[in-house]
Design a binder for this molecule. Structure first.
Ligand code: FAD
Length: 258
């Protein structure tokens, strides 16, 4: 059986500068198959490159995907998305997702930085009518978009002008009573700290949280991005939990960058 992931040729049809740090791209992807999982992501390969970077499908309607791309000081996709990508062809890899609240979840708590905004808004749009949802978003002051999340969702904006403090923030958060689902994404070192906190201090069962390192704060452009797809498939095939798989992904990223 081939383990090669499905790939699509896609056209960038629109670009919008949502905030100084956030660019919205609309991409036409003929034949795209959504997983239907609320935090689904794809790999994006931009023209002239072989490396991919991973982006959440903020919304999907047929073959039209909306991606919100964070632009930061340097970066392969950052530099491409900061220019004029409309009319260009890109490669998109098959979608994957990991958001899986357990059947007994009575609430959702979503925490993340700028890179997690697209996933948090889609999760809220698809789940907040059945599960009371709270969002904690850590973003630079100039990237706060008041109507980013669906109306009626409880949103706390945390301003930042430097390194993420999300690990510290989560330690002081009041979690709702009873079983629920905690979803979080952001800078990998912060996510590692949170996993320890959830396991050791809050003793949450691993089925009740999903904590993902979306990017690594390293000195320069990453020499090679680690594809979460094969790690995901291998982990699932080996019967590992989502937590164990994301820990494997963090370790693989560390091996590349250390
Ligand atoms: C499952 C998944 C879903 C994701 N969804 C999204 C999404 O919807 N939107 C989104 O913007 N990102 C998302 N990311 C994160 C994104 O893949 C990374 O931020 C990626 O490294 C950006 O690529 P780049 O080419 O711009 O920078 P790179 O060439 O990868 O990195 C260049 C430099 O920028 C630094 N850097 C990388 N990302 C950031 C950042 N976010 N903030 C500050 N510095 C950074 C690196 O440390 C490095 O020094 C997701 C990641 C995963 C694994």
């Amino acid at each position: 059986m081939s383990t090669r992931a499905q790939q699509y040729v896609a056209d960038v049809v629109a670009r919008e500068q949502v905030t100084p740090h956030l660019v919205r791209l609309t991409v036409e992807v003929p034949g795209f198959v959504s997983t239907g999982i609320s935090d689904e992501w794809i790999g994006l390969v931009v023209p002239g490159q072989f490396q991919s970077r991973y982006y959440t499908v903020r919304s999907v309607e047929g073959s039209t995907l909306v991606l919100d791309v964070v632009v930061h000081p340097v970066g392969l996709v950052t530099e491409w998305a900061s220019g004029d990508p409309v009319g260009q062809q890109v490669t998109i890899t098959e979608a994957k997702g990991s958001f899986l609240p357990p059947p007994d979840a009575g609430w959702l708590l979503l925490v993340g930085d700028l890179t997690a905004l697209p996933a948090m808004t889609r999760i809220a749009a698809e789940n907040a009518t059945t599960l009371p949802t709270r969002i904690v978003a850590e973003v630079p002051l100039d990237s706060r978009v008041e109507d980013y999340f669906p109306a009626g969702v409880d949103v706390t904006w945390l301003p930042t002008d430097g390194p993420s403090r999300l690990a510290e923030v989560v330690e002081t958060l009041d979690f709702p009573e009873g079983p629920g689902y905690f979803w979080m994404a952001g800078e990998s070192a912060q996510m590692r700290a949170i996993r320890k906190h959830l396991m050791r201090d809050r003793t949450l069962p691993s089925t009740h949280y999903d904590v993902m390192g979306y990017w690594r704060a390293v000195a320069q452009r990453q020499p090679r991005a680690v594809d979460p797809g094969p790690i995901w498939r291998a982990g699932k095939a080996a019967g590992k939990s989502d937590e164990e798989i994301w820990a494997d992904y963090d370790a693989a990223q560390g091996a590349v960058n250390d």
